[in-house]
Design a protein around this ligand. Structure first.
Ligand SMILES: Nc1nc2c(ncn2[C@@H]2O[C@H](COP(=O)(O)OP(=O)(O)O)[C@@H](O)[C@H]2O)c(=O)[nH]1
Ligand SMILES: [Mg+2]
Length: 239
């Protein structure tokens, strides 16, 4: 289904949200449209410290997870861009918050934030502590933070640091912050292991949204894309 392109929106980073090209106002967005929306992702900026984060005034969705959980690969898969977030076999290297803008026709209607991975043993202790503090204050104070996607390797399950992070955001989740656990690398588990990993993670997160994801098999991509779209474009309450 296609419709003629609408008037071109002004080329401003905080211009009002454009609907997906083939979306009709009021009509439910399909997974395909959400996938297309994520494909518009482009690098915006990198913030080595919180005070370097720009005030964008659009919903922000943060990706968090242990080093090597599959975070970069997941962002690249969701956005269908090979090297947007740098996927490295040497974990623990990304020590800054990277922002990617989303939105059609030069507009920005949401931002993805790639947070530094945690828990990598070889990082010096002082750096680890500094980064845990930066992450915690980001998660607690970032006004426009709308949702958090936590990447977890289901072969390890939620680790202590994941649980600490959950505690940090719990008050915000209670106040409406969206939250999704993606169990990555699902292709490495058989069906019954996948189901078991899902049940355990759901218990650990108190029944929050938990889904299986595989970059290799493109499993869970449409579901996750649609959720992120919905987080960034909440339905107005019925009048
Ligand atoms: N089999 C498989 N491997 C994956 C998947 N996602 C990530 N990986 C691998 O896991 C390792 C860590 O991934 P990366 O995205 O760099 O993790 P990050 O440190 O969390 O950003 C890399 O070797 C990836 O190729 C997946 O869905 N399936
Ligand atoms: Mg990474």
């Amino acid at each position: 289904m296609t419709s003629p392109p609408g008037p071109r929106a002004p080329d401003s980073p905080t211009a009002p949200a454009a609907l997906p090209n083939n979306a009709t106002p009021g009509a439910a967005t399909t997974a395909a449209q959400a996938v297309g929306w994520l494909h518009t992702a482009r690098f915006l900026t990198t913030a080595p410290r919180l005070e370097h984060l720009p005030e964008l005034g659009v919903p922000e969705i943060a990706f968090v997870g242990r080093s090597n959980a599959g975070k970069s690969t997941c962002i690249n898969t969701l956005t269908q861009q090979k090297r947007l977030a740098f996927a490295s076999k040497t974990p623990g290297r990304t020590q800054a918050i990277n922002l990617f803008a989303l939105g059609r026709q030069g507009t920005t209607d949401a931002v993805l934030a790639d947070l530094p991975g945690y828990g990598y043993a070889a990082v010096p202790r002082a750096d680890k502590i500094r980064w845990q503090q930066v992450m915690a204050s980001y998660l607690v104070t970032r006004d426009t933070l709308t949702g958090v996607v936590m990447l977890v390797d289901p072969r390890h399950g939620l680790t202590e640091l994941d649980e600490v992070l959950l505690e940090v955001i719990r008050p915000r989740v209670e106040a409406g912050l969206k939250f999704l656990v993606l169990l990555t690398k699902a292709d490495k588990l058989n069906r019954s292991e996948q189901n078991k990993a899902l049940s355990i993670a759901r218990l650990q997160t108190g029944g929050g949204e938990t889904r299986l994801f595989s970059a290799l098999k493109k499993q869970g991509v449409e579901e996750a894309s649609l959720l992120l779209w919905q987080w960034a474009h909440p339905e107005p309450p019925p009048t």
